[in-house]
Each structure stands twice: as C-alpha cells, then as structure tokens.
Design a protein. Structure first.
Length: 367
C-alpha cells in the first residue's frame, strides 16, 4: 500500500497543490514556516479523517476561504482507491472512498494505516494523561474495529453520566435509577476497553523494549506500564465507592478515561530524570514499535511520516534511522527537512529511491 497522488484546495496555507509520489522515500524541503508539515497533516487526514495537530477542522481552511478539499489516490494490492475529504464552513465534514460517502467516519479508520513522528510527540512525556490515552487508542483503533466501537460507545455513555452528575450537583438532587442504568452500560463497555488495552500492551511492550535497545545502544532499563485509576478494584466496585466524590465534583472520576501510561527509565520517572537524548530515544522507540505492531496486525506496511526529525537527532542517529526506514521492513516514507542539498546528497549516497519536493511560499516543485 502507498499514496500515489495528493491534491489540495484551500488547505491551510495551500490554495492549490498536486503531486505524485515515490513508493519509497518522499521529502518536503524548505525553510521553516513554509508549510512542509501541513502536507504531512493532509496525508494524516486521509488516514484518520482528522488533523494530527488541530482538532477543530474549520481552522484548517485557508484564511478568507469557505472550504477545503483533500484528495488522495492510494494503491493497494494493485488497485487504485480514491479518498476524499471536504469541509465547508459551518457544515459537516464529508469523507468518501471511491466516491461513496461514509455513514460513520470510524468505518474508515485503519484502512490506510499510518504512523506520524513529530516534535509534538514530546507531549507524550510532558503532557496530560489524555495525550497518552489518545496515543494508546489510536494504535489499537487502526486494527481492532471492536475496540473502536466499544471506545466510542463508552465515550457516549460517559458523556450522559457526566451530564446527569452535573444536574445532580446543580440542583442538589439525586436519582439512582437512571444512574444505575448508565453505570451498567459504562461497566460493560469499560471492561472491554480495559481488557483490550491490557492485551495490546502485553504484545507491544517487548517490541518497544527491543527498539529502544537498538536506538540507544545503552544498558539503560526502560519500562512502559499501565496506571489504573481504579487502584486494582473492579470497575463496578470503583464506580460505587467513588459515587460520593463524583456527585460532589459533577463528573466521573474513575474508569478507562482516567487511566494513564507510565514511562520509566531505570525505575525513575522519564519526565523528571531522563536527558533530552534519552527522551527522544524513548519516543522514537515508541513510534517504531507502533509501526511494527500495526504492520504485524494488518499485514501491511503503514505510511511513515517523519516531521523535522533531522533537527531532533544528531547526524549519526538520523543516518541510522534513514537506513532503517529505507529497508524492506518499511514501506512509503514522507520526511520534512530544511536543507534540500543535504537530504538529496544523503539519499543519493545511500542509493535510496526517492523524490524531493521544494516548498516555497505555498508553491511546491520537484527538486
């Protein structure tokens, strides 16, 4: 599977864009701020139906325009597949495959798997727990439709429960019958979410450890664990024992929506005690393990997007990474960089199939 062609209209800073790509390495090069990352984000839309960076779709429409369009042509098993995403201001997003509109966007997730490596990934370490849960959910959702459905259903019931708790708080009232019905549904979906998350981590963690060892060339011991907001209690029991607190606060304080991932280095907090280099290696190992896991589950090589990675790694580590992703274990790769000659020389020196696109003032031409 690979992306043959990408076309844009009024997406972010691009009034128009169209390009055909190599099956292997594709580079967008140019100065900072010219829109290289926006091209990666358009590709991310075609896989996940949303931006990697901005959750508000309308903010991705070019200034002073009323709509955006993203179109891509993927080749999979010798067949061309057209994917379309369009958005008009104040209207619902339209997503189509081969001109047929999806009833639910979740039907598209996982059809064209993708892994993004970006400077923003540092938020996985430094940001709030929601970011780490989103990372976990995005991996599992690309190969497990049951999980995605259960997660969506859990979120819908959770929203209803929180609204009810807020009503109780504001009106100083309480009615157990409706809450009990919601709790039963929440426990049903929540247990499935937890079970699948734990099963995933059991398989994922060995892959992560292997990639970290390869990248770091060190004797450091890293670990990745799951922090349960229920302190080992059954979900139903945890909901009952936390009810007084939930009523006081007006929202649900325990469950899969409050769980977290724990990152440790030599049994100490990665966030507090690891160097920048160690944190970068940890994040890169996470993403490469994500790539390998999805490839094994889907029996296809995900697209790999590398945003500004050269500036985040020293030259020897970047060269090592480039050699690795250009090998047979990886498929199509998209890279952004600020130096066209550097990237071109490096790829030619390694005799790697590639295409380089020079980005200047929203205009793109092949280098």
């Amino acid at each position: 599977m690979y992306l043959k062609q990408l076309s844009l209209i009024n997406f972010k800073n691009y009034p128009e864009f169209e390009a055909r790509f190599s099956e292997k390495i594709n580079c967008f090069v140019g100065n900072n701020g010219v829109g290289k990352t926006n091209l990666l984000d358009a590709i991310h839309y075609l896989s996940f139906c949303k931006s990697y960076f901005n959750a508000i779709d309308s903010q991705n429409i070019k200034h002073n325009e009323g709509f955006f369009v993203i179109q891509g042509v993927f080749e999979r098993f010798g067949e061309d597949i057209e994917v379309y995403c369009g958005l008009k201001r104040n209207q619902k997003k339209v997503f189509k495959k081969n001109k047929r509109e999806y009833e639910r966007l979740s039907e598209h997730i996982g059809q064209f798997p993708l892994v993004m490596i970006s400077p923003n990934d540092s938020e996985l370490i430094n940001g709030v727990s929601e970011i780490r849960r989103r990372f976990l959910d995005s991996i599992i959702s690309q190969y497990d439709k049951v999980y995605l459905d259960k997660l969506i259903s859990y979120g819908q019931v959770l929203k209803q429960r929180n609204a009810l708790l807020k009503h109780f708080q504001e009106h100083r009232s309480f009615e157990s019958e409706t809450l009990d019905v919601l709790d039963e549904q929440l426990v049903l979906y929540g247990r499935s979410v937890l079970q699948i998350r734990h099963s995933f981590l059991k398989e994922f963690i060995p892959l992560f450890n292997r990639h970290y060892s390869f990248i770091s060339n060190s004797q450091e011991i890293v670990s990745l664990g799951y922090l349960d907001s229920m302190d080992g209690r059954d979900f139903k029991t945890a909901l009952l024992t936390s009810l007084a607190r939930d009523r006081a606060l007006g929202y649900s304080t325990v469950g899969p929506h409050k769980d977290d991932l724990e990152f440790l280095l030599n049994q100490f907090s990665l966030k507090k005690y690891a160097s920048q280099g160690q944190q970068k290696s940890f994040l890169l190992a996470l993403k490469l393990a994500q790539f390998e896991f999805i490839k094994l589950q889907k029996n296809t090589k995900p697209l790999l997007l590398l945003d500004d990675v050269y500036d985040k790694l020293d030259e020897s580590r970047f060269t090592k990474l480039l050699e690795m992703v250009s090998g047979s274990d990886f498929g199509q790769v998209f890279i952004t960089d600020t130096h066209p000659d550097r990237m071109n020389d490096l790829l030619n020196q390694k005799q790697i199939e590639h295409r380089i696109f020079l980005v200047e003032n929203s205009l793109v031409k092949e280098f």
